[in-house]
Ligand binder design. Structure first.
Ligand code: NCD
Ligand code: ZN
Length: 349
């Protein structure tokens, strides 16, 4: 049995680091294991301009633990007022790696997102021309559409027309949660990829709702039924380079999640890689973990694979991590996969 896996340092292609006291508390949790991360721009107010992204990047670098090799790859929050020239300039200057599309109202802090897709046509065309990827939160927000159907409906009503209208636009369908999402990505060869979270490989909707409501499993897109979870796992371990890791680690203070109207997001940064190794071992696919966590993402984004390495170790005793971490905004519960995990990342040094 494999006891050690030495991999190039992985990247996280979808991460929420927040700002202020929360950023200060959670940054090290990602910087420990990941070399780079695509940083989500859904702050309040959102990161909309190149100048705002540059300033946020500085705040992340200031929060980064000393001596850690961790590069934040910044994104801009697409609004109907976004200036195409600012996006292209920020990308050319190396400040911004991608642009994030949130349909207005789809998720946490998405009020400034897009309602009328015709109004962002110019930005999308400029991005296609400059090779700037669009990261997409793929859910419709139409209140008539059942929350469990919102991803599948988005693909049909929004994503496919948008891609057809903007040939050459590179798109990442983020945190894909359905078989429809996986199938759509598989069916389209060029310029399309998907990220998968660790928690969606582990939980289905029963984990959230059966036997009591579990707010720490509530995230968006919400976990779907078991058949979808199995489709996601199959995609993750398939070796298909269009699928790669984006944890969507999204910390919220416990008080905001354990509430009558709790907010969406799972905090997985501390244990994402350990759980991921467990999943790949269960699927008898440990040899494919490197592609999913370390190689497919850089290939899509046109970046080199990281030079440093990380060692994953399989021990005889279960890995331990704190149930919650302390932050200046109150405790934040760490994702509990609900089973013992024997893999862990070996501490550096
Ligand atoms: C994210 C957050 O908290 O910012 N929440 C989540 O459930 N994933 C927003 C998002 O990525 O949808
Ligand atoms: Zn997210």
């Amino acid at each position: 049995m494999t006891r050690h896996l030495i991999l190039p340092r992985p990247d996280d292609w979808h991460l929420h680091l927040r700002d202020g006291a929360m950023l200060a508390a959670v940054c090290s949790e990602s910087a420990r294991d990941f070399a780079r991360a695509i940083i989500m721009p859904n702050l309040v107010p959102p990161v909309v301009t190149g100048a705002e992204a540059a300033a946020y990047r500085e705040r992340i670098l200031a929060a980064r633990p000393e001596g850690r090799d961790f590069t934040p790859l910044m994104t801009l929050y697409l609004t109907e007022e976004t200036d195409p020239a600012d996006v292209v300039r920020a990308h050319a200057d190396g400040i911004v790696t991608a642009v994030k599309l949130y349909p207005a109202g789809a998720t946490t802090n998405s009020a400034s997102g897009v309602t009328d897709f015709d109004r962002v046509r110019g930005v999308l065309e400029a991005m296609a021309g400059a090779g700037i990827p669009l990261c997409v939160h793929g859910e419709v927000t139409d209140p008539e559409v059942d929350i469990f159907d919102r991803e599948a409906v988005f693909i049909e009503r929004v994503l496919d027309p948008l891609r057809r209208a903007t040939p050459g636009l590179r798109v990442v369908l983020e945190h894909v949660t359905t078989r429809e999402g996986v199938d759509y990505v598989r069916a389209h060869d060029t310029g399309l990829a998907a990220t998968l979270t660790v928690h969606h490989l582990v939980i289905n909707r029963n984990h959230i709702l059966a036997g009591g409501i579990r707010p720490h499993y509530y995230c968006l897109p919400v976990a779907k039924r078991e058949a979808h979870r199995l489709a996601l796992r199959a995609a993750a371990v398939s070796g298909d380079a269009r699928f790669f890791l984006g944890t969507d680690s999204a910390p919220h203070p416990d008080a905001a999640k354990e509430a009558a109207c709790g907010c969406a997001g799972c905090f997985t940064a501390p244990n994402a890689l350990a759980i991921l190794a467990h999943v790949f071992e269960e699927e008898d696919a440990l040899d494919r973990l490197e592609g999913f966590a370390c190689r497919h993402g850089p290939a899509f984004y046109g970046l080199p694979v990281n030079e440093g390495t990380i060692t994953l170790e399989r021990r005889d005793t279960p890995a331990r991590w704190p149930a919650r971490i302390a932050t200046g905004d109150g405790p934040v519960t760490v994702f509990d996969p609900g089973f013992e995990v024997f893999w862990q990342v070996r501490e550096a040094g």
